[in-house]
Design a protein around this ligand. Structure first.
Ligand SMILES: NC(=O)c1ccc[n+]([C@@H]2O[C@H](COP(=O)([O-])OP(=O)(O)OC[C@H]3O[C@@H](n4cnc5c(N)ncnc54)[C@H](O)[C@@H]3O)[C@@H](O)[C@H]2O)c1
Length: 329
């Protein structure tokens, strides 16, 4: 039984805290959050005590921390955890600055402790099954990957202003998925983007609608389409076209009920957002983290995966700014 403490009991922390507490192989050892409401609610639901981060880092009985705090705190918390000898599961992105990520990864290497990054979509049962079929050669050699990823609605502009922009905040998941499916790193990116959903997002210097084309050294191509708005729910689809055929994973609907009438066929909306759509993925990624800790398997996605997705986001932001394809650093 491993002891995991949670830093940050907000939207994502509530999910992770409950999943850790529900695991038969882990114990939710403590919860830290300066705003008491979320921490107290999670404490009441799980029985875990509320403590400060310093108390958690000083407690030798705690094996690992899960970082679910705002992005600008992640790198500092990883550094502190490594110095305290604790393994880390950290939510994406590691940091908005890739140089800062490199510094933290050097500390992780030196400490030799597990670090796993919360690219949860790799653990979605549908996308994981699609990737297994790719890996077993069902579709042959990968030629074209298409990733469609659209949120049901935009976040408040106050969130956008601190988010690091669409590529680092939202498309970062798709960049990781692109690497997961392409099986090799992209070397070049071309990005276009507009503020079509909310002009205030444009005034804040960001885009809410974007398309990106990636190319790998061997010539494989990936297209990513993002929007901060989809009237029909959380749109999450993938297509991989290979030399032997097409693999695709569609949306998950609220129910499987359909209505067929004289004017056509209608289905229920697709699941509304990430908490529902990726509920199983969040459970599975915690299981994988516990495996890495108890069986010594390599944590995956790793800190390096976090850095590589960030470099893709940086290059996409530069491509949008310059209007030209950009080499990925
Ligand atoms: N993988 C995913 O699907 C996914 C989904 C949502 C958010 N995220 C990531 O998770 C992180 C948190 O996002 P969120 O939407 O849950 O945000 P949130 O604002 O709902 O929650 C963050 C929580 O951290 C707390 N906090 C702030 N500073 C703290 C500190 N120093 N110590 C302890 N707690 C602190 C806040 O009080 C808040 O309760 C972000 O980095 C985000 O990118 C990932």
């Amino acid at each position: 039984m491993i002891s995991i403490a949670l830093l940050g009991a907000g939207r994502i922390g509530q999910i992770h805290g409950r999943n850790i507490a529900a695991s038969s192989r882990a114990r939710l050892a403590a919860i830290a959050d300066p705003f008491p409401d979320g921490a107290k609610a999670l404490s009441a639901a799980t029985g875990a005590p509320v403590r400060t981060p310093d108390e958690i880092f000083a407690d030798a009985s705690i094996d690992a921390v899960l970082i679910g705090t705002p992005t600008d705190t992640h790198a500092d918390f990883i550094d502190q955890a490594m110095a305290a000898g604790k393994a880390v599961f950290c939510e994406k992105p590691v940091d908005l600055n890739s140089e800062r990520i490199r510094q933290t990864l050097a500390r992780v290497d030196k400490a030799g402790l597990p670090l796993m990054i919360g690219f949860n979509r790799r653990f979605d049962p549908n996308f994981a099954a699609l990737q297994r079929r790719l890996a077993d050669g069902t579709a042959g050699d990968v030629e074209l990957v298409t990733i469609l990823s659209r949120d049901p609605g935009p976040p408040p502009v106050s969130y956008i202003e601190r988010s690091g922009g669409l590529f680092r905040d939202m498309m970062i998941h798709d960049f990781d998925m692109a690497r997961f499916l392409l099986g090799e790193d992209a070397v070049e990116v071309y990005a276009v983007g507009s503020a079509l959903v909310d002009p205030a997002i444009g005034r804040a210097g960001d885009v809410d609608t974007a398309a990106v084309v990636l190319k790998t050294a061997s010539g494989k191509i990936c297209q990513i389409s993002n929007s901060r708005r989809a009237t029909y729910g959380y749109d999450q689809r993938i297509e991989v076209h290979g030399s032997k055929g097409l693999l695709s994973a569609g949306n998950v609907h609220e129910t499987t009920v359909q209505f067929a009438g004289a004017s056509g066929i209608s289905a229920d909306p697709v699941q509304n957002f990430f908490l529902e759509r990726y509920a199983a993925a969040y459970k599975n990624e915690i299981d994988a983290f516990i495996d890495a800790m108890t069986k010594g398997t390599k944590p995956s996605p790793s800190g390096l995966d976090g850095l590589k997705a960030q470099l893709m986001a940086d290059a996409a932001a530069k491509s949008l700014e310059t209007g030209k394809p950009v080499a990925i650093g």
